[in-house]
Design a protein around this ligand. Sequence first.
Ligand code: DGJ
Length: 333
Amino acid sequence: MNRTALLTLSLATLGAALALAAPVTIRPGESWPDDRGRHVQAHGGGIIKLGDTYYWFGEDRSQDNDPGKRYVACYSSMDLAHWTFRNQVIKLADPDNFGPEWVLERPKVFFNAQTKQFVMYMHIDGRLPGHKSRYSLARVGVAVCDTVDGDYRFVKSFRPLGKESRDIGQFIDDDGSAYLIFESRPTKGFFIAKLSGDYLDVEKEVCLIDAPLEGGAIVHYQGLYYAIGSALTGWAPNPNKYATATALAGPWSEFKDIAPPETNTYGSQSTMMLKVTGPKATTVIFMADIWKPETQWESRYLWMPLEIGDGKLWLPAPAEWSLDITTGEAAIK
Ligand code: DGJ
């Protein structure tokens, strides 16, 4: 390599490192363009981190999707603000005669270190014969892939622990244990259940939190578990709530508001809490969807750093904020 080429390469590398080091701005509620300039389609989503890279999976509701199929998109980022579209990892026609109105929502991906497989859980639904609701099937679906952003293969659908299951959430504890959170309407509760060794099954009930909540999410922060969820009001926002426990199995405290109740969680619904740990701080990001039920592809994201600690959790009013992925620090502008 000649000297000019070497200098150009060094400057490019330095530029990339500086760009990564600089705090980024996150703007809740705005359009979030990906590297192609298209609004990110990762609704009801979840994020996993592999090495230095975050992968965001969610419902892809692009307007030009085939209406007979259901889609999950995957994006990657190293700073949680600049997202590169990787693939529509699920492009699925009705896999099991669920019917034309079948539903695929809230996909979540786990990496299984034993099998080296990526395992996706999703809420699968449809209209059971004689039922009014297209959400009467109430199952989870499982799909697998050997790479994080490859084409996932649908494996099966089932009712976890034999229960009706609608909204799902994922929780990976600090020891790597993987849990599925699912809302079960007849039991009026929020289940936390451990996945099997290969993650292909839901093996064991850890807790049934006795509260009718969906959009379930859990984070472990400074020795306490915090669970959040929303009330059951369809696409309409409502006051999301939180409870705490010293163990996943409970006992869980009573549920309290995470924001002024009259704001209906600032028009959003929880999907996940993401912990970003750096050498200077740990930030817990509240990730939520601002649904646009009639134009789902325009649904927006409300991400804010939570005020959290000592058993309290509070969602600040949405505003532009900055995140420094290298230090873990967040600041509201
Ligand atoms: C609320 C759920 O959280 C969403 O994922 C979706 O299932 C809507 N209900 C459908 O009304």
